[in-house]
Design a binder for this molecule. Structure first.
Ligand code: ZN
Length: 158
């Protein structure tokens, strides 16, 4: 008689892997945003990920977000998730998302993610075991920070 062992951790991991694959194959909000008010480039030379993030802000609120570029599955999935999460948020919330996501993916949040809206970011946290991949996952978020704070020049993970 065999006893089926329940492995919630690995099941969860499979779900996360599926979410990443799904977002990398069919990224949301992919393409140029003609009415963008804020644009930033992100470059991750270690992996070869490149993206351009477009944001349209009206009265301090993100009303549209899009990105284009090419990169590994993790960088594309992270950018896709980012664009979904940002629309409807104000500038301060977008920046707080940036801080929380980047800190979490770098393993610097003892309590983990506390903002319920960021739940899907758990799908990316496997990168914490692979320092070079952390930059793939945080690239779009660095670009977000550059775009919103209006820094000139590309955001780079280096
Ligand atoms: Zn990458």
């Amino acid at each position: 008689m065999t006893v089926a062992t329940l492995q919630p951790d690995s099941e969860l991991r499979d779900l996360y892997r599926e979410l990443i694959l799904e977002h990398s194959r069919r990224p949301r909000n992919f393409g140029k945003l003609d009415d963008a008010t804020h644009v930033a480039d992100g470059i991750n030379p270690l992996c070869g990920d490149k993206l351009r993030l477009y944001l349209q802000l009206e009265e301090n609120q993100v009303v549209a977000a899009a990105f284009e570029g090419s990169g590994c599955a993790i960088s594309v999935a992270s950018a896709s998730l980012l664009t979904e999460l940002l629309v409807g948020q104000d500038r301060a919330t977008a920046l707080s998302y940036f801080q929380e996501v980047v800190a979490h993916l770098n393993g610097k949040l003892p309590a983990g993610l506390t903002t319920p809206e960021l739940d899907k970011i758990h799908a990316l946290e496997g990168v914490r075991e692979f320092p070079t991949r952390i930059k793939c996952a945080t690239l779009a978020w660095q670009a977000l920070q550059s775009a919103i704070s209006g820094q000139s020049g590309p955001a780079t993970t280096e």
